[in-house]
Design a protein around this ligand. Structure first.
Ligand code: UTP
Length: 293
């Protein structure tokens, strides 16, 4: 069984749900506390042992590439001013030379198409796929929890989350087969945004995947699906006819940073957990809640 060395981060979407914030700033660069959303997700991948970070970017996303590069002037100024802690933090976050790759999705034709754009950079090996607008607060991180299952099962692994039945029509939903243990099970079917009465379960696909490279051949011929976009779920459905898929009910909380409410929730949730400002955030929320409206 081949290990997972590479992770793909599709960051070419337009972020229309978050306009006007995303007009000039990619949504992946909006900050949760003091780190851009994309940095949190790269940290999760690093923790899981990923060695190569592949970003599928688009127009106006150059700042993401800059974020993962050195900033000589800034570093020099910090050095002159004796700001050792800030310097060390920048150093720690910086991927090593040669550990990042960037490719462009020239048109936002959908998530499946964005993943296909990474095919040459991934090559013939299994890889992780992380949707950077989904922030998952887990200990250990969600991808690390998935790696533990992958080491036992091989094949393809998807992170799933249980939602109220009436919400399933908004998401990709998986059908449930035999249990591996109390947190993972075999996937028997997948369906994108099903009507509630047709949903095979209330477990939704939630933005983290470990996929075998055969997905690229399927994506190459994939017709547009829901919303006129090339959907990764449609390609995974075809792959499911040939290979095993396993679901991991990860321990952790998910925040959809592509929506206004989810983004706000992420800031509050990460703020509450923060070792330095957590207590103050709690007090601040208490104060705001006590206000007369
Ligand atoms: P989303 O559908 O959440 O992103 O895709 P979006 O299209 O930017 O959002 P809205 O609906 O317009 O607000 C999930 C992930 O897939 C990427 C996005 O950048 C996001 O990280 N994506 C989506 C692409 O890279 N290319 C695409 O064509 C579509």
């Amino acid at each position: 069984m081949k290990g997972i060395r590479k992770a793909v981060f599709p960051v070419a979407g337009l972020g229309t749900r978050f306009l006007p914030a995303t007009k000039a700033v990619p949504k992946e660069m909006l900050t949760v506390i003091d780190r851009p959303v994309i940095q949190w997700v790269v940290d999760e991948a690093k923790e899981a042992g990923i060695e190569h970070f592949i970003f599928v970017t688009g127009r106006n996303k150059g700042v993401i590439e800059d974020h993962f590069d050195r900033q000589f002037e800034l570093e020099e100024t910090l050095r002159r001013r004796g700001k050792r802690e800030a310097l060390e933090m920048l150093e720690k976050d910086l991927p090593q030379a040669g550990q990042t790759s960037f490719t462009r999705q020239q048109e936002p034709k959908g998530l499946g198409h964005a993943v296909w754009c990474a095919r040459e950079l991934v090559g013939n090996e299994p890889f992780a796929l992380l949707l950077p607008d989904m922030l998952i607060q887990g200990m250990p991180g969600c991808l690390k929890q998935m790696m533990e299952v992958y080491e036992r099962t091989g094949g393809n692994v998807i992170a799933v989350e249980e939602v109220p039945r009436e919400d399933v029509h908004k998401y990709g939903v998986v059908g449930m087969g035999e249990r591996l243990d109390d947190r993972s099970f075999r996937i028997t079917s997948m369906v994108e945004k099903p009507p509630v009465e047709e949903a095979p379960s209330n477990f939704i696909i939630s933005g983290r995947y470990i996929l075998q490279p055969e997905i690229f051949d399927i994506l190459a011929g994939q017709e547009p699906g829901a919303g006129g976009e090339i959907q990764i779920t449609d390609a995974m459905k075809t792959l499911l006819e040939r290979q095993e898929f396993w679901a991991v009910q990860y321990e952790g909380e998910t925040h959809d940073c592509g929506s206004r409410l989810g983004f706000l929730e992420a800031n509050v949730a990460f703020g509450l957990e923060h070792p330095e400002i957590g207590e103050d955030v709690r007090r601040m929320i208490g104060k705001l809640m006590a206000r007369e409206i």
